[in-house]
Design a protein around this ligand. Structure first.
Ligand SMILES: Nc1ncnc2c1ncn2[C@@H]1O[C@H](COP(=O)(O)OP(=O)(O)OP(=O)(O)O)[C@@H](O)[C@H]1O
Ligand SMILES: [Mg+2]
Length: 588
């Protein structure tokens, strides 16, 4: 994705705005952080009276309350740290959950083109990896930011209180540190983006291996795949190492600058003139504050690295969340769809190609008519039927259903009126029942589902399965045969009450006998719906009311089977070829 220029602060502010929704948890966490942070300067301060009053002057009152005071400080610190960590953790998990849900839901509404342009691995990374990174680092980041900043401010305040002139010298270094952090941040964010992209590559190659394991083995692609994976893995490691080096170099450099300032201060503090103005207790407390200043400054400098990772992930996620979903500006609804479909001068080319996949398509289909579409592979059959549910928007012409332009119809309503058996069968890792009665049909009674399964010639094999309709069929139905999968997806379409039915090579994986059985059931079904059937086996579409013959994105012939045979054109020669093949097979 080309990245828009956003500042880290904008992204972080937006991430924070998510947590502000849970401000009450955040408030408890921040109060906890502040309390635990304040205990540090408090501890440094207590050293003053410890040395001056308890040790040097044996003040009995101070000797009595000091040990109790120290216990109280640590008790307070323990409780405060528990509360702040718990509530920050909670807010972090809530943000991850919320972002994950938002990303998932947003993807559900993205245009088809969005999925075609990206690998599944990179899309999975948005849901798994980016959201997780945000939870981990932004929460830890905020804790460090609040807790350590308060500690640093508290310790500095104490130092100013003890000796302001001396304390002033440490302030000189802050602008220098700021400059270094600014430079390092930019580099870290850039590296984090690269690293996140490479995680997408790793997921992508791994998921291809998981889905394509049979093909990989048969064609001995093991070596190639493992090299490809190793390459992506190597790239990821290289980015990680670059990031590590940047982090590792920046922290000691900043710490060295701090150390120079501290050394300067220790030098000034131990000068006789300074010592005169400081009591031993104050001096001790001042030095302790300086020493205690180091760890929080260290975490604050490291914090930057963590935050840049979260900001890079946030940038990617917000860019996705801000990208437009499918255009759904239609306001009309078809209540009682009759199923009349018309294409007028429709031309279409896929985005990013300059070839017309469809060129000036014109036809009107009457309600309940059955249209068969035949033609060579790549001639545009699938493209034509995909325009109807608006998987793609056309560039020229008009498509209407019941004389309403499909772009004026609400997407949900439009798709509710269309049932679809695609060329690629999609099944879910769920029970057979839920696979047939999917989506809007979830609540239909089992009787109806059984009837649809029967019509799709699937009942016979479903009943032989151990759990019948409750059998879970695995990832995309891996536990079923190709033809069985196809019969389930046909059953799904048969169950749907939609008045328009699209069957794209719906029976291609079936044996002749099953196909004939389904044909009988389908013939019955087709009488009550407008149907588009795409088929390579011409024997299955002879009964269609009209046949469109496509070539190079155009309809070159149309008519019923007999008309087209009589015409003696493309259809007739296709038919002759297939008929000869069948005759040859029979002759054998
Ligand atoms: N998502 C896509 N992006 C870009 N081009 C595409 C896309 N889908 C298909 N095409 C191109 O559009 C043309 C028509 O493809 P289509 O899938 O409609 O053919 P088809 O007639 O259904 O073929 P088949 O019988 O093999 O299924 C082809 O040249 C194909 O390369
Ligand atoms: Mg096709």
């Amino acid at each position: 994705m080309a990245r828009k220029k956003t500042t880290g602060l904008q992204v972080y502010r937006r991430l924070i705005s998510y947590s502000l929704y849970y401000w009450h948890y955040l408030a408890i966490a921040i109060v906890g952080m502040v309390i635990s942070a304040i205990t540090q300067p408090l501890f440094a301060w207590i050293l003053g009276p410890l040395l001056d009053k308890a040790i040097l002057h044996h003040d009995p009152e101070v000797i009595a309350w000091l040990p109790l005071g120290i216990l109280a400080i640590f008790l307070l610190r323990g409780v405060a740290m528990f509360l702040s960590s718990y509530y920050m953790g909670l807010v972090g998990r809530i943000i991850t959950k919320k972002l994950r849900n938002e990303v998932f839901t947003h993807m559900l509404y993205m245009p088809i083109r969005f999925f075609e342009k990206r690998t599944s691995g990179s899309l999975l990374a948005y849901i798994n990896y980016y959201t997780e990174q945000i939870a981990n680092t932004s929460v830890r980041g905020l804790t460090t930011l609040v807790q350590d900043s308060v500690t640093v401010i508290g310790l500095l305040a104490l130092m100013f209180y003890q000796n302001w002139l001396l304390a002033l010298s440490i302030l000189i270094i802050f602008p220098i540190i700021g400059l270094i952090i600014n430079f390092v941040s930019k580099r870290l964010r850039h590296l984090s983006h690269n690293e996140q992209d490479s995680v997408g590559d790793i997921t992508h190659i791994a998921s291809e291996m998981i889905h394509g394991y049979k093909t990989i083995r048969i064609f001995n692609g093991n070596d190639y795949e493992s090299k490809r994976f190793d390459h992506a893995n190597e790239k990821n490691m290289a980015f990680q190492m670059k990031r590590l080096i940047t982090e590792l170099l920046s922290t000691p450099i900043i710490q060295f600058i701090v150390a120079v300032a501290l050394a300067m201060m220790i030098y000034i503090a131990t000068l006789p003139e300074t010592l005169e103005t400081l009591s031993p207790g104050s001096f001790m407390s001042f030095i302790m504050s300086m020493i205690m200043l180091l760890p929080p400054i260290k975490s604050l400098t490291q914090l930057n690295a963590q935050l840049q990772g979260a900001i890079a992930a946030g940038e990617s996620i917000f860019e996705l969340l801000d990208s437009p979903t499918e255009t759904d500006t239609g306001t009309k609804k078809i209540d009682n769809c009759q199923g009349q479909v018309s294409f007028t001068h429709v031309s279409f080319s896929y985005q990013g190609t300059n070839r017309q996949a469809l060129n000036d398509i014109n036809f009107v289909v009457q309600p309940k008519e059955t249209i068969a579409i035949v033609g060579k592979s790549g001639s545009g059959k699938t493209t034509l039927v995909n325009l109807l549910p608006r998987f793609y928007d056309i560039q020229e012409g008009e498509i209407t259903i019941d004389n309403i332009c499909i772009s004026d119809i609400q997407l949900y309503n439009l798709r509710k009126n269309i049932a679809y058996v695609g060329q690629d069968i999609v099944l879910f890792n769920d029970s057979i029942r839920n696979n047939i009665a999917y989506g809007d049909m979830k609540k239909l009674p089992l009787e109806k589902i059984k009837k649809a399964a029967h019509a799709a010639h699937a009942l016979e094999f479903i009943e032989k399965l151990p759990d019948g309709f409750d059998t879970v069929i695995g990832d995309n139905g891996v536990l079923l045969s190709g033809g069985q999968k196809q019969r389930l997806s046909i059953a799904r379409a048969i169950l749907s009450p939609a008045p328009i039915l699209i069957l794209d090579e719906a029976t291609s994986a079936l044996d002749t006998e099953s196909e004939r059985h389904i044909q009988v059931a389908l013939d019955e079904l087709l009488k009550s719906r407008t149907t588009f059937v795409i088929a390579h086996r011409l024997s299955t579409i002879e009964n269609a009311d009209r046949i469109f013959v496509m070539e190079e994105g155009e309809i070159i012939e149309q008519g019923n089977h007999h008309d087209l045979l009589k015409l003696g054109g493309k259809y007739a020669s296709l038919h002759k070829m297939q008929f000869n093949e069948v005759a040859q097979v029979k002759g054998l």
